[in-house]
Design a binder for this molecule. Structure first.
Ligand SMILES: Cc1cc2nc3c(=O)[nH]c(=O)nc-3n(C[C@H](O)[C@H](O)[C@H](O)COP(=O)(O)OP(=O)(O)OC[C@H]3O[C@@H](n4cnc5c(N)ncnc54)[C@H](O)[C@@H]3O)c2cc1C
Length: 505
């Protein structure tokens, strides 16, 4: 090991959205961060419309809001909405999302079932991957994160003190290494992480095609006896071919092949004359059994992969980053309470497992079989009921996310409501620095004193426009509620919660 090499606190493999956001989180906590990215060029047509669009769930939108990134990330979308007077505003029913292509609508959702959600930036929105990565890379760079492109991590060795990383013929040293290097993660493989799950049933295709006779296809999504296809005029096709995933990444995608699969699934005798852009994917659903080995961690697609159905992978990975950043930072600084870093896998592994099952359930509904069509009929009926739409919205928007943090109040473990304080600020504004927050609506001396006993808690006193029946709450740096007090707060319970998540001052 070369002792003259600079040692970074953290080396991150992969400058995808998860690696970049995590780098911002770690830098916000004052750590030195190096990101090594395999690709020379961050831009790609697959990261732009139509295939590069990604839906953002409520926890993701809240995370970006809490770090002051939301306006930059949503700027192009808002501009487009204004100039076109938003496509959804012109629709009679506004779609809120879908399950295996079966839509649920805003007008059916019963938001009164979510008593601790305040009107805020939440809901669901969409963003182009290229723009998202651009904003995150710009923020990371401005904060002092070093990003080196064209350097793919080839392997590493770890000791009790740190990790030596090999990338593109160069050597780098970090106290910790995080694999954010996507579904085919080198860090995961080199680190010997066990990766388990279910093998693919299909190859999925996203393609922009030239067709001689596109009028033979009916626009919209169609389940057929041989698979599923979606046609969006004039040239965008998505297809699912239940071939056991045999085609994916085994052969080049040619116009002839796309034509043959499209004919097979649609039953229409279309002629594909050219391919503008095409990619394939599968429903392989695998998850690492552990997200940490010594000083090496995994986050994002490196830790879990599943089909893009229902669009959850990016949100899952960004949730990992928001959960891990402050915990690893406290661990490296030496002020983490016992078990803080372990809580990363305890909290995030079950969330990942649930999303994998959500995607598997959609595959079950898409199979070209009579039983799947019967299941589709039932889901269509259910999704159009008030309870059904509310259930699907909770799952798809991430509203149901709750970590098991114990605690007596139903808000504990949930994302904190974006309270509007009397001075006009919102809870999210007070989380910009990535610190914990003790929000004291009654401005009582005992809680102020309590906040001072732990490192990294900002004490904010003042009434809120709507307190939701609370007198105070303790919020972790990731915006999740660690403790909530009603009329007469239990200060002992608050102190216990603080000691679980924060180091003693
Ligand atoms: C068609 C499609 C549609 C999707 N739609 C949605 C959606 O609507 N919502 C949603 O939440 N998710 C969606 N997803 C999933 C989402 O895109 C991924 O889950 C997300 O990109 C994962 O981010 P990541 O940073 O973990 O990995 P990636 O985005 O894969 O980034 C990994 C980065 O690591 C780099 N890298 C790879 N190997 C190395 C190495 N050895 N060393 C250094 N760098 C390396 C790669 O070049 C890349 O830049 C979709 C996926 C697909 C394919």
């Amino acid at each position: 090991m070369n002792d003259f090499l600079m040692i970074h606190d953290v080396v991150i493999a992969g400058a995808g959205p998860v690696g970049l956001f995590l780098a911002c989180e770690l830098r916000l906590a004052g750590l030195s961060v190096l990101v090594l990215e395999q690709a020379e060029d961050p831009y790609s047509p697959l990261k732009r419309l139509p295939f590069g669009m990604r839906g953002l769930s409520a926890p993701t939108i809240e995370a970006f809001h809490r770090r002051g990134l939301l306006d930059d990330i949503l700027a192009p979308q808002r501009e487009k909405d204004q100039s076109t007077s938003a496509h959804w505003m012109q629709q009679s029913r506004r779609a809120g999302g879908h399950f295996a292509g079966i839509q649920f609508f805003h007008d059916t959702i019963d938001t009164s079932k979510w008593p601790y959600r305040l009107p805020g930036p939440a809901g669901s929105m969409a963003v182009e991957m290229e723009h998202l990565e651009f904003v995150l890379a710009a923020r990371a760079g401005a904060m002092g994160v070093e990003i080196r492109r064209g350097l793919g991590v080839d392997g590493f060795e770890q000791s009790g003190q740190g990790v030596t990383v090999r990338a593109g013929g160069e050597i780098f040293r970090g106290r910790w290494l995080i694999g954010c290097d996507g579904g085919r993660s080198t860090v995961r493989r080199a680190g010997g992480f066990e990766f388990v799950g279910t093998d693919p049933e299909f190859t999925g295709y996203s393609a922009q095609v030239e067709m001689a006779d596109s009028e033979k296809l009916v626009p919209g999504r169609h389940y057929t006896p041989t698979g599923m296809y979606t046609y969006q005029k004039p040239d965008t096709i998505a297809m699912v071919d239940f071939d056991g995933g045999a085609f994916h990444r085994t052969q080049p995608i040619t116009p002839e092949h796309v034509q043959s699969v499209l004919r097979h699934i649609s039953g229409a005798d279309v002629t594909v004359t050219g391919l503008e852009l095409a990619t394939t994917w599968t429903d392989r659903a695998y998850q690492a059994t552990a997200y940490r080995k010594g000083r090496v961690l995994l986050a994002g697609d490196a830790a879990h992969i599943h089909s893009p159905l229902g669009g959850q992978g990016l949100n899952l990975g960004l949730g990992d980053a928001m959960n891990l950043g402050w915990k690893l930072a406290a661990t490296i600084r030496g002020d983490a309470p016992d078990g803080l870093l372990d809580s990363y896998i305890c909290e995030r592994h079950p969330v990942g497992a649930e999303i994998l099952d959500w995607s598997r359930a959609q595959v079950a509904l898409m199979r070209p079989s009579r039983s799947s069509r019967a299941l589709e009929t039932i889901i269509r009926d259910l999704i159009d009921t008030r309870d059904g739409a509310t259930y699907f919205a909770e799952r798809v928007w991430g509203v149901s996310l709750r970590y098991d943090l114990g605690g007596s109040h139903p808000l504990v473990g949930r994302s904190a409501p974006d309270f509007e304080l009397a001075n006009g600020t919102k809870l999210g504004d007070h989380l910009r620095e990535g610190k914990g927050l003790l929000l004291d609506f009654d401005a009582g001396a005992p809680l102020q004193a309590l906040a001072g006993r732990w490192k990294g808690i900002t004490y904010v006193a003042g009434d809120a426009r709507d307190r939701l029946g609370l007198s105070a709450l303790l919020v972790r740096p990731d915006g999740f509620v660690a403790w909530a007090g009603e009329a007469v707060p239990d200060n002992e319970e608050a102190a216990q919660a603080a000691s679980r998540w924060f180091g003693k001052a």
